[in-house]
Design a protein around this ligand. Structure first.
Ligand code: MTE
Ligand code: MOS
Length: 768
């Protein structure tokens, strides 16, 4: 399979500064800026809202509260429990109460200072522990079960109990939440958004404005990063800007300051997970009982779907015959937590990966061998807890190839030698696998549309339902279009995602952007080819290629020819022009839905995934025993993307996801004060990985020769799965900590393992 490697279609414009983001857009000189006034209290009832003085300030065009919303005061994406503007109850610090439109940001800030808001405090719940204690469930618990875990645990030769807490994570997209709303004639509203889900943005804007969707157009040129943070929460700025634009009759741009963005928006869900695991002396897991408890924040957002994905990944790559998975999401007075790369998968997997590490230490086995011992098999042991059979299992081939290329076993011995010699430095190594289910688990969302135009000069425009957020989707789609029509990529342009070109789309999420939209584009291209082939045959015959036949035509290198008479060929543009003159439509839609998906939430059984993406990583770290600081010495990754749609982009996604995962596992720590105010709301207090955190020696490879049948060009999704390869770093750190006591004692462990935590864990071990 040839791979058309096309560089990222924003590469040049990003580097030269020509790329347009929402905040760069100036629609007219009358454009206003929008600003949000948000709750300073985590929970309370608003008793006074006085902005009359602020409204009289110069350059202030409008101030809106909940009572000024013409439609529904709602922006909950799934469950309607999230007001657009709080009234009378406020549920978290950062919840929007008022909107200001002004000529300048200075004027808006001056106006804000004149506003008086009084809030009568109510009881707040800020920690997940207290939400669990108070049983503040946002929905009934969910279950996935297979076998009889309780009995099997009681019969198991060995068992462990444990609790693992995993932390939150800020998305830190470079472009903060932004939208520009432009009122049109009558009630028309055009929104330029930075949203992963333009159709849902359209829905929410229509709902708050109280108008049908056909009056709202949402357009997304690109996002300056999203990582899940703009799957639902980009709707908010779009709704707010639209309300102000409708009220003032002028375009309104809203672009959150970094600190406001961090304070106001939800993050990765914190989890507190309790488990029991039973195993035998060979390391074989016999039973696993796990309860996953997540902090939803103040409203539901996507919490239930995220919890479901956590549950569907609780066993990761391992066959566990008796398993009981419970999921519970709790309400706290923090911003609603939301999608973040991996969508719950990381939180679910962390628990089993840590438990297996414990088993290995207890049995004095190599953790990689305990993992291998429990991998899903080929013949037997291939049914997941939710009843789906694993086919095309790549775990074993990746394990063989990666342990060899990374010299895992040899290095483990060397590390032992190093640790014996060094008192103040300890090294650790770990190999961890990822098996990640691809598809939205809400089955109907697995659909996509495309619109392809061929112009009569032979150039092509593609529009599809996916959004470009840096992940390279548009570049991949250019490749798919060029390939399907047999033309060079430079003839194809992807136009901004638009609800008026492709309607009713799903979010670009669940890593499935290229799977879904790629197929839709291919279908549109096939329809067009079907219409063009008779024209091409006519042209070939008229050139003297008398025996040219429709079924033998090849579209390649901007030419069309009969495969038996390659000396005769016509140019793509010549065919397009002739078709146009023959009154043939050169525009087509395409549609795709993933076949045979179904997951029954009541029984916890079904086929929620079209296929799985697999990967493995080996990481080695060195700890400074005196400070807890660590260096990531080397990481080897072997990851399965089927036949890559674009190798450079896929490797970039693997590197980026892995490093983002390393940030979550080891460094990023969110702190609130006792009132629920976010203390880490800027880059000086919240640390995402930098160039220094990249492994000194970083080797990323793609698994070769394993095409994925049934997807666009036999490729696999790549956006999220490699995030979870960061567990190799997390557990390498644990391995190094436990070297302080020759691996005889299980160290205290959590996520993130900040240097501070590592130091405390080592100190505790020394005193054991
Ligand atoms: N890569 C970049 N550069 N920026 C992003 O915001 N989002 C990730 C991933 N890779 C993201 C990214 C997330 S959370 C998802 S679900 C996928 O990209 C979405 O895009 P895809 O479906 O086209 O892979
Ligand atoms: Mo990604 S978390 O599915 O947007």
């Amino acid at each position: 399979m040839k791979t058309v490697t096309i560089r990222h279609n924003s590469a040049e414009s990003h580097v030269t500064g020509q790329s347009v983001f929402v905040n760069d857009m100036e629609i007219s000189s009358s454009q206003l800026v929008g600003r949000v006034v948000y709750s300073p209290l985590a929970h309370g009832i608003i008793t006074q809202l006085d902005y009359s003085e602020a409204l009289n300030m110069p350059d202030v065009a409008a101030i809106l509260s909940a009572k000024d919303i013409p439609g529904h005061n709602q922006m909950g994406p799934v469950v309607k429990d999230e007001p657009c503007l709080a009234w009378p109850e406020t549920m978290f610090i950062g919840q929007a109460i008022l909107l200001i439109a002004a000529e300048t940001m200075d004027a808006a800030i001056r106006a804000e200072k004149m506003i008086r808001i009084q809030i009568e405090p109510l009881e707040t719940t800020l920690s997940l522990h207290s939400a669990i204690e108070k049983e503040l469930l946002i929905a009934p618990p969910a279950f996935i079960r297979s076998g009889d875990a309780e009995s099997a645990i009681n019969l198991a030769p060995y068992t462990f109990d444990g609790i693992l807490e995993t932390g939150s994570q800020e998305h830190w997209y470079l472009e903060t939440q932004s939208a520009l709303a432009v009122p049109g004639e009558g009630k028309e509203m055009m929104v330029f958004a930075s949203s992963q889900n333009p159709s849902e943005t359209q829905t929410i804007v229509a709902e708050v404005l109280g108008i049908p969707k056909h009056l709202v157009d949402v357009e997304v040129k690109r996002l300056g990063g999203a990582f899940g943070g703009k799957e639902t929460q980009a709707n908010h700025v779009a709704a707010w800007a639209s309300l102000l634009a409708q009220a003032t009759g002028k375009p309104v741009k809203m672009h959150l300051f970094r600190d406001d963005d961090q304070l106001m928006t939800g993050k990765r869900h914190r989890f507190l997970s309790k488990y029991r695991i039973g195993f035998d002396k060979t390391g074989l897991i016999l039973a696993y009982i796990v309860e996953l408890n997540s902090d939803a924040g103040a409203t539901t957002d996507l919490s239930l779907a995220i919890l479901e994905r956590a549950m569907l990944h609780a066993e990761n790559a391992y066959f566990i015959p008796n398993i009981s998975i419970t999921g519970k999401a709790y309400r706290t007075n923090l911003p609603p937590n939301t999608a973040f790369r991996g969508f719950g998968g990381p939180q679910g997997m962390a628990v089993i990966e840590n438990a297996i590490d414990r088993i290995a230490r207890f049995l004095e086995m190599d953790p990689a061998m305990v993992r291998k011992r429990n991998f899903y098999g080929f013949e037997r042991n291939r049914v997941t807890p939710y009843g789906k059979e694993i086919t095309n299992n790549r775990l074993h081939v990746i394990f063989e190839r990666l342990t060899e290329s990374s010299e895992y076993f040899q290095r483990r011995v060397e590390i032992q030698g190093f640790n014996n010699k060094h008192k103040y430095q300890k090294r650790g190594i770990a190999l961890t696998p990822v098996k990640f289910g691809i598809s939205f688990t809400t089955a109907f969302l697995n659909q996509a549309g495309a619109l392809v135009h061929i112009f009569n000069d032979g150039s092509v425009q593609v529009n599809h339902g996916g959004t470009e957020m840096g992940q390279g989707l548009h570049s991949k789609m250019i490749g798919v279009t060029a390939d399907a029509l047999g033309i060079s990529p430079d003839r194809v342009r992807v136009t901004p995602t638009s609800t008026s070109k492709v309607p009713n789309t799903s979010a670009t999420a669940a890593s499935s952007g290229s799977d879904l939209n790629g197929m839709a584009i291919k279908h549109a291209a096939e329809t067009l080819k079907h219409r063009l082939i008779p024209i091409a045959v006519q042209l070939l015959v008229s050139m003297g290629c008398k025996e040219a036949k429709a079924e033998n035509l090849i579209f390649e290198r901007n030419l069309i020819f009969d495969k038996y008479f390659p000396d005769f060929s016509i140019r793509f543009e010549q065919m397009a022009e002739t078709a146009w003159k023959n009154q043939i439509s050169l525009s087509s839609t395409g549609f795709y839905k993933t076949p045979n998906l179904l997951f029954d939430r009541k029984t916890g059984k079904g086929n929620p995934f079209y296929y799985y993406a697999y990967g493995m990583a080996v990481s080695e770290v060195e700890l400074d025993v005196l400070t807890g600081a660590y260096t990531l010495l080397r990481t080897d990754i072997l990851h399965d993307v089927g036949d890559s749609l674009n190798e450079d982009i896929d490797i970039g996604q693997i590197e980026g996801a892995f490093i983002q995962g390393v940030g979550w596992c080891t460094r990023e720590e969110i702190k609130w004060n006792e009132k629920g105010f976010l203390l880490t709301h800027s880059p000086d207090t919240y640390k995402i990985p930098t160039i220094n955190d990249i492994p000194v020696d970083f080797r990323v490879s793609l698994l070769r020769d394993f095409p994925n049948e049934g997807t666009i060009r036999k490729s696999k999704a790549v956006g999220e799965p490699p995030f979870m390869l960061a567990f190799s770093v997390w557990l390498a750190i644990k391995d190094a900590i436990s070297a302080v006591r020759q691996h005889r004692v299980e160290p205290a462990f959590t996520l993130p393992t900040t240097p501070e935590f590592v130091l405390l864990s080592m100190e505790a071990l020394k005193n054991e």
